[in-house]
Design a protein around this ligand. Structure first.
Ligand SMILES: Cc1cc2nc3c(=O)[nH]c(=O)nc-3n(C[C@H](O)[C@H](O)[C@H](O)COP(=O)(O)OP(=O)(O)OC[C@H]3O[C@@H](n4cnc5c(N)ncnc54)[C@H](O)[C@@H]3O)c2cc1C
Length: 424
């Protein structure tokens, strides 16, 4: 029944392609440090005296920026760090709109950053949640083949998972599927008991708390619009041009620093461009909509249930995912979004699904990088540039799924990169 439902849903999605409709987008901008007075500035969990020069400024308060900020300040407690976020609150975009899965690392090309950082990231994520007392569930995952033609792809995924050192993987037959998911039918499945679920925004906010407790400063409602060399030392400064990079917002407020790290998610290409680095790869936003299973149908799904990925599509496929609040989501689809941070309600009215699903599900928008030739960039991408400003900047250019799972490992890797590129 579930497979029929998933297939039907997939067919509908394929048939529909691009969609339009209403959209909700919230964008806030405001002034922060420097000459301005607004914006929220906090350090160590409390308001501080205003300061506008830092050793390192991080742009973007999603899970990648926060994990990296945390890692950097824990390694370098004597340096000063500021994290700038354009929204009023942290992690309200991709990091607050996702499937909430702790991926185990099955799908990714062996040796790629995605494979390595996901496998390490999942282990670190479980340890971190344990240590901080954050709720998670290791509820497992089945990737289910329903057609004979999917079997070779399923077996190839199994081999890939083994190459990536994914824990506890096994292949199960139709009986094994029923034992794990009594309402799921398939002919063969890949069983990944190490896969789990967590509220990634809660995790991201905890990284932010760690950062602030270690002395880091978070400034919200500060949209960085310009990254350039400062022409003169900051007002009242006795340190001359120790902080040569100026980050400005629309109001002209300025924050100074020695080095910049951007983790701008859906805006990573624009942040790269304004720092004099390449705009390529560009970001293409893909919206993913979810449907929510009615509470009386929750018994149908125990863990994550995924299809065998269709090689014609770049994402993992529409899946059933239990949420930490007890609800069960079906999704996400992947349609080109007309706005980078547009989360419009999906207009879907298939009668067949009316019994089981409520239609007003949430949505997320994926930041997916596209190269010059129009190909989707598969792996994570981190780069900088040359020139006065660009040589002091490092950009996280492409951090799609499973970047939430990988976030602590990405933080470690970027911190290594920052240490090797810059003289901290
Ligand atoms: C539908 C969907 C499902 C997903 N499911 C999973 C999953 O199950 N498991 C998993 O591991 N991953 C999943 N992912 C991927 C994961 O959510 C993202 O890879 C991760 O959240 C990316 O984090 P980020 O910090 O790079 O980006 P974001 O969370 O988007 O953060 C970027 C931040 O930068 C800020 N910003 C941008 N420009 C500026 C500026 N000029 N000035 C100041 N601030 C700026 C933004 O406001 C934003 O807060 C999913 C993603 C989507 C969209």
């Amino acid at each position: 029944w579930l497979n029929a439902l998933t297939s039907l849903w997939l067919e509908r999605l394929r048939g529909r392609g691009l969609m339009s409709g209403s959209r909700t987008e919230q964008r806030l901008s405001g002034a922060a440090a420097g000459g301005g007075n607004s914006g929220t500035q906090s350090s160590g969990g409390r308001c501080t005296m205003k300061k506008n020069s830092y050793d390192v400024a991080l742009v973007g308060g999603g899970i990648v920026g926060l994990a990296t900020a945390r890692e950097l300040i824990l390694r370098h407690p004597m340096l000063s760090f500021v994290l700038l976020e354009k929204e009023k609150e942290l992690s309200v975009h991709q990091s607050g709109h996702n499937s909430g899965v702790i991926h185990s690392g099955i799908y990714y090309t062996p040796g790629s950053l995605k494979a390595r950082l996901c496998v390490r990231g999942a282990t670190l994520a479980y340890e971190y949640c344990e240590k901080k007392g954050l709720p998670y569930k290791r509820c497992g995952k089945l990737i289910v083949a329903v057609e004979q033609e999917e079997i070779p792809r399923l077996k190839a995924l199994y081999e890939r998972g083994l190459q990536n050192n994914v824990r506890d993987l096994s292949i199960v037959d139709a009986k094994g599927i029923r034992e794990r998911e009594p309402y799921c039918r398939g002919i063969m499945a890949l069983d990944s008991p190490y896969t789990g679920i967590v509220d990634w925004r809660m995790v991201a906010l905890q990284y932010g708390t760690d950062f602030k407790e270690a002395g880091g400063t978070v400034v919200t409602e500060y949209e960085v619009n310009d990254i350039s060399m400062a022409t003169e030392s900051p007002a009242g400064s006795t340190e001359g041009m120790k902080y040569p990079i100026a980050l400005r917002d629309k109001q002209g407020n300025e924050i100074r620093c020695r080095y910049v790290l951007t983790c701008g998610g859906l805006y990573s290409d624009r942040l790269s461009q304004i720092s004099g680095c390449s705009r390529e790869p560009r970001i293409v936003p893909f919206r993913g909509d979810y449907l929510v299973l009615k509470p009386e149908k929750h018994y149908l799904v125990k863990g994550n249930i995924y299809p065998v990925p269709d090689p014609r599509f770049p994402f993992l496929g529409v899946h059933f995912t239990p949420r930490m609040d007890g609800s069960i989501w079906l999704g996400p689809n992947a349609v080109l979004a007309f706005k980078r941070e547009g989360y419009k309600v999906y207009d879907f009215n298939a009668r067949d699904l009316a019994d089981a699903l409520s239609f007003r599900g949430p949505a997320g928008v994926r930041a997916q990088a596209l190269d010059r030739d129009g190909n989707l960039v598969d792996d994570f991408v981190f780069d900088g540039g040359v020139g006065d400003v660009a040589s002091r900047v490092l950009h996280v250019r492409n951090a799609p799924s499973p970047a939430a799972t990988s976030s602590l490992a990405i933080g470690e890797m970027i911190a290594d990169e920052v240490e090797s590129r810059f003289t901290l």
